[in-house]
Ligand binder design. Structure first.
Ligand code: FE2
Ligand code: FE2
Length: 291
């Protein structure tokens, strides 16, 4: 395969990615702090008028079927929960990265967002099976952000997906990441890590993004958390929610069992439960977008 672009061109494009809004940044910082409480989340949302409006629109959407209209942001955040509020803030903010069609992966518009949301839900559940205590909120947020690099690389991969799939079938490359590196000199985990650094995300989130396909290489302090998202990502793909041509073209690192106490039955249950949660949440996002 011929190199299409060089790494520096991609890094330059990453430097041009818009920064997150202050409220989204602060919400992400908060998830990294295990001692925070819901009132801090509410305070951040209150200071951001468009976010407040969007949260109220979602809680009052038909998907939640509430009989009485919720008009206080305190009650809306308490009802939706912090995880969903962060998803809304990130969707509003980095929507350009999450929501565009993933042409370079043969993925349709919205595929990355759906994959990220399902990965987040699965990662949170997996994190509760870790052999050490993990911050489940961080696993969720890491799940949302783990593939952020694909939003960047997609533009440069253009129509290379069929070529990459062919290389995979011939076993000329071991996984999609190797194909990305051959064509662009950088893979989506590294590109995402560069975005994470620009956004000054908490270190745990940076590590999840950088090592979600190679959890064994993550620093020991973050390894169990990275494994949770690694497995959550595979569960999302197994559930039929990938991002296009690369779906299930990444190996599962079997050493996850050193960090996670996860049986096959647990995996099947998480797959089922997250699909159900996902359908409900996705419907609420969908409705408010159409209104
Ligand atoms: Fe990935
Ligand atoms: Fe993924």
């Amino acid at each position: 395969m011929d190199r299409k672009f060089d790494r520096d061109t991609i890094i330059e494009a990453i430097r041009r990615v818009p920064l997150l809004s202050p409220s989204a940044s602060r919400l992400l910082e908060l998830t990294a702090d295990p001692d925070h409480d819901l009132s801090q989340t509410i305070d951040i949302v209150k200071c951001d008028a468009p976010l407040t409006a969007h949260v109220l629109r979602i809680v009052n959407s038909a998907a939640f079927g509430l009989l009485n209209k919720v008009d206080s942001i305190d009650r809306a955040v308490a009802y939706l929960g912090e995880r969903l509020v962060i998803s809304i803030a990130l969707g509003d903010n980095a929507g350009a990265l999450f929501n565009k069609p993933l042409a370079g992966y043969d993925g349709e518009k919205g595929a990355l967002w759906r994959h990220d949301l399902l990965t987040a839900m699965a990662s949170r559940q997996v994190s509760q099976k870790a052999r050490v205590e993990l911050n489940a909120g961080l696993a969720f947020t890491g799940g949302i952000l783990h593939d952020i690099g694909k939003g960047i690389l997609s533009d440069f991969l253009h129509d290379t997906a069929p070529e990459l799939v062919e290389q995979l079938e011939k076993h000329a490359i071991v996984d999609y990441l190797e194909g990305e590196r051959a064509l662009l000199g950088i893979d989506h985990a590294e590109a995402g890590f560069e975005v994470a650094k620009c956004w000054q995300l908490p270190e745990a989130l940076q590590m999840i993004i950088r090592y979600h396909h190679q959890p064994q290489e993550a620093p020991e302090a973050y390894r169990a958390l990275v494994y949770a998202v690694h497995v959550g990502d595979i569960i999302a793909m197994m559930g039929g929610c990938g991002t296009g041509a690369d779906t299930l073209q990444y190996p599962l690192d079997q050493r996850y069992s050193d960090y996670l106490d996860l049986t096959f039955d647990d995996l099947a249950l998480i797959l089922l439960e997250t699909q159900e949660e996902f359908r409900r949440i996705e419907a609420s996002f969908h409705e408010t977008k159409e209104n």
